[in-house]
Design a protein around this ligand. Sequence first.
Ligand code: SF4
Ligand code: SF4
Length: 387
Amino acid sequence: MAVRVNPKLIDDLEYYGAQDVIKCYHCGNCSAACPFSKEPFVFPRRSMRYLQMGLEQRLKGTLEPWLCYYCGECSEECPRGAEPGETMMSMRRWLTAQYDFTGMADIFYRSWKAELLAVLIVALLTGIGLLLYGFNWGGGNLSIYDGPQAFLPSSAIHTFDWIMGGFLLVLLYFNSLRMWYFVVKEQRVPKIKLSIYIKKLYVLFLHFFTQKRYSECERKRPWILHLVLMLSYLTMLILIMFFLRQVQDGPAIDWRVHTFGYLAAIGLIVTVILAIRGRIKKTDPSHKHSHESDWMFLILLVIVSVTGVLQHVLHRVGLYAPANIMYVLHMMGVVPMLVLEVPFSKWAHLAYRTFAMYFSELEVEALKQQAKAQKTIDVARQAAQAA
Ligand code: SF4
Ligand code: SF4
């Protein structure tokens, strides 16, 4: 099969953060240093090669960038300063854009102005929509925070959240399906039987909830912080999707649900502060380079966390009108974060990395079964020849 070459691929990846790929002369030090690099996934040198040679289809079909956790050991060992760790990160951004059938991720990664504009438009529409609902359609009262007469009743927000959740699931479903097509269907990996898909299903849950592979990095701190951030975010999501009424009711505190909310808020705020500090100080290898999308992600998290805490406090101290206004501001951060960042930007890696772990295990298992079948054939052939 003819291999198509895209001579502009390397320039293209610059938009996604790859700056020094050209310096690589393929000594292989990076792959030797990487704690996760082992057959059949030997990286990052191979991906650097695809990129230098413009092998777009190969790059699109590789899982290797997702198997990298940006521990930075490869970049430290690179004698040419080719920054393989950052290149793998930029490939993850590029792959996110390739999987996305809407083309939005591509626009956002290429232009921070376009991303900012989209965030502002969605935030503004959310704010206007909620104010219109509160003042006119919902028949609520700005001075009432919870219950049926509330300015923004939890039942209405709940319906809105579920519509948004459905929209996200549909987008992620189609984009993940495209990922599967590129990495499994198009790459001529050994045929993966249905029984392997079922046998390895647990990998999806294991990696999603524990980020187990990340814990195998020599330095444990980035894994712990990443896990705390992810679990805090997930806890908030569960509270919003399933316990919104209990979260919003008050002013008395319902410790059965609010305890989780407080822990998640502390987790989010602490990890976001540490991430911002790390990116400013550039102490951690993974924070040495920052793409505009990294800042957008952090800024939205700060807005959502701060307004979330403030609206909760204002409600509990009985300042209902300011609490409602703060709630509108909070939603103006939440909605763009969910409808733009989750499917088209940084948050998307939660889904793609998890699927990458799954697909890589499927491939390893299929290769094992293929080798076993080949061995059986060889033994039978030898026996036939001996007879
Ligand atoms: S990225 Fe650096 S360490 Fe890796 S193969 Fe290229 S030159 Fe060698
Ligand atoms: S950043 Fe770490 S995990 Fe990623 S390729 Fe380099 S050594 Fe491997």
